[in-house]
Design a protein around this ligand. Structure first.
Ligand code: ADP
Ligand code: ADP
Length: 238
Protein backbone atom coordinates (compact mmCIF):
# COMPACT_ATOMS: atom_id res chain seq x y z
CA UNK A 1 0.00 0.00 0.00
CA UNK A 2 2.83 2.41 0.88
CA UNK A 3 6.33 2.02 -0.52
CA UNK A 4 9.14 4.24 0.60
CA UNK A 5 12.25 3.98 -1.54
CA UNK A 6 15.59 5.56 -0.75
CA UNK A 7 13.89 8.53 0.89
CA UNK A 8 16.14 11.44 1.80
CA UNK A 9 15.05 14.71 3.41
CA UNK A 10 17.58 17.44 4.03
CA UNK A 11 16.41 20.78 5.34
CA UNK A 12 17.89 23.91 3.78
CA UNK A 13 21.05 25.10 5.57
CA UNK A 14 21.34 21.84 7.49
CA UNK A 15 24.38 19.70 6.68
CA UNK A 16 22.76 16.47 7.80
CA UNK A 17 19.98 14.37 6.41
CA UNK A 18 16.88 14.48 8.62
CA UNK A 19 15.94 11.26 6.81
CA UNK A 20 18.78 9.26 5.37
CA UNK A 21 18.03 6.72 2.63
CA UNK A 22 14.98 5.11 4.19
CA UNK A 23 13.42 2.03 2.58
CA UNK A 24 10.15 0.57 3.82
CA UNK A 25 7.10 -1.21 2.56
CA UNK A 26 3.97 -0.82 4.70
CA UNK A 27 0.68 -2.62 4.28
CA UNK A 28 -3.03 -2.24 4.89
CA UNK A 29 -3.95 -3.57 8.32
CA UNK A 30 -0.62 -2.72 9.94
CA UNK A 31 -0.68 -0.51 13.02
CA UNK A 32 2.82 0.92 12.85
CA UNK A 33 4.32 2.86 15.75
CA UNK A 34 7.36 5.00 15.03
CA UNK A 35 9.92 5.36 17.81
CA UNK A 36 13.08 7.39 18.19
CA UNK A 37 14.56 10.13 20.35
CA UNK A 38 13.71 13.76 19.76
CA UNK A 39 15.30 14.83 16.47
CA UNK A 40 15.54 11.28 15.13
CA UNK A 41 13.37 12.09 12.10
CA UNK A 42 9.94 10.72 13.12
CA UNK A 43 7.97 13.83 12.30
CA UNK A 44 9.85 14.38 9.04
CA UNK A 45 9.01 10.80 8.11
CA UNK A 46 5.29 11.23 8.76
CA UNK A 47 5.14 14.55 6.93
CA UNK A 48 7.00 13.15 3.92
CA UNK A 49 4.25 10.60 3.41
CA UNK A 50 1.47 13.13 2.79
CA UNK A 51 3.94 15.58 1.27
CA UNK A 52 3.58 18.23 3.93
CA UNK A 53 7.34 17.84 3.59
CA UNK A 54 8.73 17.49 0.08
CA UNK A 55 11.51 14.89 -0.05
CA UNK A 56 14.97 15.88 -1.24
CA UNK A 57 15.25 12.60 -3.14
CA UNK A 58 13.73 9.16 -3.23
CA UNK A 59 10.18 8.06 -3.72
CA UNK A 60 6.91 7.60 -1.83
CA UNK A 61 4.42 5.36 -3.65
CA UNK A 62 0.84 5.09 -2.38
CA UNK A 63 -1.49 2.52 -3.94
CA UNK A 64 0.75 2.42 -7.00
CA UNK A 65 0.96 6.22 -7.47
CA UNK A 66 4.31 7.95 -7.15
CA UNK A 67 3.57 10.94 -4.92
CA UNK A 68 6.93 12.63 -5.29
CA UNK A 69 6.28 13.80 -8.86
CA UNK A 70 2.52 14.32 -8.61
CA UNK A 71 0.99 17.72 -9.39
CA UNK A 72 -0.51 19.58 -6.44
CA UNK A 73 -4.01 19.11 -7.90
CA UNK A 74 -3.70 15.34 -8.10
CA UNK A 75 -1.99 15.26 -4.72
CA UNK A 76 -5.02 16.97 -3.22
CA UNK A 77 -7.20 14.10 -4.37
CA UNK A 78 -4.81 11.50 -2.96
CA UNK A 79 -4.60 13.41 0.31
CA UNK A 80 -8.29 12.79 0.88
CA UNK A 81 -7.37 9.12 1.43
CA UNK A 82 -4.85 10.17 4.06
CA UNK A 83 -5.65 11.80 7.35
CA UNK A 84 -3.42 13.19 10.01
CA UNK A 85 -3.86 13.73 13.71
CA UNK A 86 -1.64 16.15 15.52
CA UNK A 87 -0.03 16.70 18.90
CA UNK A 88 -1.75 20.06 19.35
CA UNK A 89 -5.05 18.88 17.82
CA UNK A 90 -5.25 21.69 15.20
CA UNK A 91 -8.82 22.61 16.08
CA UNK A 92 -10.44 25.93 15.19
CA UNK A 93 -10.93 27.98 18.35
CA UNK A 94 -14.35 29.45 19.18
CA UNK A 95 -16.06 26.77 17.13
CA UNK A 96 -18.01 23.89 18.63
CA UNK A 97 -17.16 20.22 18.50
CA UNK A 98 -19.74 19.67 15.76
CA UNK A 99 -18.61 22.69 13.73
CA UNK A 100 -14.95 21.67 13.98
CA UNK A 101 -15.69 18.15 12.89
CA UNK A 102 -17.74 19.17 9.86
CA UNK A 103 -15.60 22.11 8.77
CA UNK A 104 -12.39 20.14 9.05
CA UNK A 105 -13.70 17.19 7.13
CA UNK A 106 -15.77 18.81 4.40
CA UNK A 107 -13.55 21.80 3.84
CA UNK A 108 -16.12 24.56 4.24
CA UNK A 109 -14.89 27.59 6.10
CA UNK A 110 -16.59 30.07 8.38
CA UNK A 111 -18.71 32.55 8.33
CA UNK A 112 -19.29 31.48 11.88
CA UNK A 113 -22.90 32.57 11.77
CA UNK A 114 -25.09 29.69 10.78
CA UNK A 115 -22.09 27.58 9.86
CA UNK A 116 -24.08 24.42 10.27
CA UNK A 117 -26.42 25.67 7.54
CA UNK A 118 -23.59 25.09 5.05
CA UNK A 119 -23.75 21.35 5.48
CA UNK A 120 -26.23 18.91 4.03
CA UNK A 121 -28.35 16.69 6.26
CA UNK A 122 -26.28 13.75 5.10
CA UNK A 123 -23.02 15.44 6.09
CA UNK A 124 -24.46 16.31 9.49
CA UNK A 125 -25.66 12.77 9.96
CA UNK A 126 -22.21 11.42 9.18
CA UNK A 127 -20.69 13.99 11.52
CA UNK A 128 -22.89 12.83 14.36
CA UNK A 129 -22.03 9.23 13.67
CA UNK A 130 -18.28 9.99 13.78
CA UNK A 131 -18.71 11.87 17.05
CA UNK A 132 -20.60 8.91 18.49
CA UNK A 133 -17.80 6.63 17.41
CA UNK A 134 -15.29 8.64 19.44
CA UNK A 135 -17.62 9.00 22.44
CA UNK A 136 -18.34 12.72 22.15
CA UNK A 137 -22.05 12.67 21.35
CA UNK A 138 -22.91 14.44 24.61
CA UNK A 139 -20.53 17.30 23.86
CA UNK A 140 -21.26 18.24 20.26
CA UNK A 141 -22.38 21.81 20.95
CA UNK A 142 -19.55 22.65 23.34
CA UNK A 143 -16.84 25.00 22.17
CA UNK A 144 -13.60 23.10 21.75
CA UNK A 145 -11.81 25.29 24.32
CA UNK A 146 -14.06 23.81 26.99
CA UNK A 147 -12.84 20.27 26.37
CA UNK A 148 -10.13 18.25 28.08
CA UNK A 149 -7.04 17.28 26.09
CA UNK A 150 -8.34 13.77 25.50
CA UNK A 151 -11.66 15.10 24.28
CA UNK A 152 -9.90 17.55 21.93
CA UNK A 153 -7.97 14.70 20.38
CA UNK A 154 -11.22 12.78 20.00
CA UNK A 155 -12.54 15.69 17.91
CA UNK A 156 -9.38 15.41 15.78
CA UNK A 157 -10.07 11.71 15.33
CA UNK A 158 -13.76 12.25 14.45
CA UNK A 159 -12.78 14.85 11.87
CA UNK A 160 -10.27 12.38 10.40
CA UNK A 161 -12.83 9.56 10.31
CA UNK A 162 -15.26 11.63 8.29
CA UNK A 163 -12.84 11.65 5.39
CA UNK A 164 -13.21 7.90 5.14
CA UNK A 165 -9.43 7.44 4.98
CA UNK A 166 -7.27 4.50 3.99
CA UNK A 167 -4.19 5.81 5.74
CA UNK A 168 -4.08 7.32 9.22
CA UNK A 169 -1.00 9.34 10.13
CA UNK A 170 -0.33 10.50 13.67
CA UNK A 171 2.40 12.99 14.56
CA UNK A 172 2.78 12.49 18.31
CA UNK A 173 -1.00 12.52 18.90
CA UNK A 174 -0.67 11.77 22.61
CA UNK A 175 2.45 13.78 23.47
CA UNK A 176 0.35 16.47 25.20
CA UNK A 177 -1.81 14.02 27.16
CA UNK A 178 -1.36 12.32 30.51
CA UNK A 179 -0.55 8.58 30.56
CA UNK A 180 -4.04 7.24 31.20
CA UNK A 181 -5.66 9.53 28.62
CA UNK A 182 -2.91 8.57 26.16
CA UNK A 183 -3.72 4.94 26.64
CA UNK A 184 -7.45 5.52 26.06
CA UNK A 185 -6.69 7.45 22.87
CA UNK A 186 -4.55 4.55 21.65
CA UNK A 187 -7.37 2.14 22.44
CA UNK A 188 -9.71 4.29 20.38
CA UNK A 189 -7.23 4.57 17.50
CA UNK A 190 -6.66 0.84 17.49
CA UNK A 191 -10.36 0.04 17.40
CA UNK A 192 -10.96 2.56 14.60
CA UNK A 193 -7.96 1.14 12.79
CA UNK A 194 -9.47 -2.33 12.91
CA UNK A 195 -13.03 -1.27 12.17
CA UNK A 196 -12.03 0.75 9.09
CA UNK A 197 -9.21 -1.59 7.94
CA UNK A 198 -6.61 1.16 7.78
CA UNK A 199 -2.89 1.42 7.51
CA UNK A 200 -1.96 3.48 10.57
CA UNK A 201 1.44 5.08 11.14
CA UNK A 202 1.83 6.86 14.45
CA UNK A 203 4.78 8.56 16.14
CA UNK A 204 4.96 8.01 19.84
CA UNK A 205 7.70 8.60 22.37
CA UNK A 206 6.38 6.07 24.88
CA UNK A 207 7.92 2.68 24.07
CA UNK A 208 5.41 0.88 26.26
CA UNK A 209 2.42 2.27 24.38
CA UNK A 210 4.04 1.22 21.12
CA UNK A 211 4.72 -2.28 22.43
CA UNK A 212 1.17 -2.65 23.68
CA UNK A 213 -0.67 -1.49 20.56
CA UNK A 214 1.58 -1.75 17.50
CA UNK A 215 1.59 -4.69 15.13
CA UNK A 216 4.90 -3.39 13.78
CA UNK A 217 7.44 -1.01 15.21
CA UNK A 218 9.99 1.04 13.35
CA UNK A 219 12.60 3.24 14.97
CA UNK A 220 14.83 6.00 13.66
CA UNK A 221 18.14 7.29 14.88
CA UNK A 222 19.79 10.28 13.19
CA UNK A 223 17.42 9.90 10.25
CA UNK A 224 18.36 6.27 9.64
CA UNK A 225 16.08 3.31 10.08
CA UNK A 226 17.46 1.61 13.17
CA UNK A 227 14.81 -1.03 13.74
CA UNK A 228 11.89 -2.60 11.92
CA UNK A 229 10.20 -5.53 13.58
CA UNK A 230 7.63 -6.94 15.93
CA UNK A 231 6.81 -5.28 19.26
CA UNK A 232 8.26 -8.21 21.21
CA UNK A 233 11.61 -7.76 19.46
CA UNK A 234 12.06 -4.19 20.67
CA UNK A 235 15.02 -3.75 23.01
CA UNK A 236 16.29 -0.84 25.13
CA UNK A 237 18.16 0.84 22.27
CA UNK A 238 14.83 2.42 21.29
P1 ADP B 1 11.54 13.93 15.58
O1 ADP B 1 10.14 14.01 15.08
O2 ADP B 1 12.03 12.51 15.70
O3 ADP B 1 11.78 14.71 16.83
P2 ADP B 1 12.20 15.63 13.33
O4 ADP B 1 11.76 14.94 12.10
O5 ADP B 1 11.36 16.73 13.87
O6 ADP B 1 12.50 14.55 14.46
O7 ADP B 1 13.65 16.25 13.06
C1 ADP B 1 14.70 15.54 12.43
C2 ADP B 1 15.89 16.49 12.23
O8 ADP B 1 15.55 17.51 11.31
C3 ADP B 1 16.34 17.19 13.49
O9 ADP B 1 17.75 17.30 13.45
C4 ADP B 1 15.68 18.53 13.39
O10 ADP B 1 16.42 19.49 14.07
C5 ADP B 1 15.68 18.78 11.90
N1 ADP B 1 14.53 19.59 11.47
C6 ADP B 1 13.22 19.28 11.64
N2 ADP B 1 12.41 20.21 11.10
C7 ADP B 1 13.25 21.15 10.56
C8 ADP B 1 13.04 22.36 9.84
N3 ADP B 1 11.80 22.81 9.55
N4 ADP B 1 14.12 23.05 9.44
C9 ADP B 1 15.37 22.62 9.70
N5 ADP B 1 15.64 21.47 10.38
C10 ADP B 1 14.60 20.75 10.79
P1 ADP C 1 -10.18 13.04 29.37
O1 ADP C 1 -9.66 12.04 30.37
O2 ADP C 1 -9.13 14.03 28.92
O3 ADP C 1 -11.46 13.69 29.75
P2 ADP C 1 -10.92 10.82 27.68
O4 ADP C 1 -10.17 10.49 26.44
O5 ADP C 1 -10.78 9.96 28.83
O6 ADP C 1 -10.52 12.32 28.00
O7 ADP C 1 -12.46 10.92 27.36
C1 ADP C 1 -12.98 11.85 26.43
C2 ADP C 1 -14.50 11.66 26.27
O8 ADP C 1 -14.78 10.39 25.72
C3 ADP C 1 -15.27 11.74 27.58
O9 ADP C 1 -16.39 12.55 27.32
C4 ADP C 1 -15.68 10.31 27.89
O10 ADP C 1 -16.98 10.30 28.43
C5 ADP C 1 -15.68 9.66 26.53
N1 ADP C 1 -15.17 8.27 26.58
C6 ADP C 1 -14.05 7.84 27.15
N2 ADP C 1 -13.87 6.52 26.97
C7 ADP C 1 -14.93 6.09 26.25
C8 ADP C 1 -15.33 4.84 25.70
N3 ADP C 1 -14.62 3.72 25.88
N4 ADP C 1 -16.46 4.78 24.99
C9 ADP C 1 -17.19 5.88 24.79
N5 ADP C 1 -16.87 7.09 25.27
C10 ADP C 1 -15.76 7.21 25.99
Amino acid sequence: MLMISDLVVRYPKSGENALDHVNLSLHKGEFVCVLGKSGAGKSTFIRSINRLQVPTSGRVTFDGTNLTTLSEGKMRRIRSDMVMIFQHFNLIPRMTVFQNTLTGAFGKRPPYKNLLGLFSEKEKQRGLQALQEVGLEKHIHKRVEALSGGQKQRVGIARALLQDPKLLLGDEPVASLDPSTSRRIFELLKSIHEEHELLSIINVHDVNLAKEFATRIIAFRDGKLLFDGKPEEVDDRM
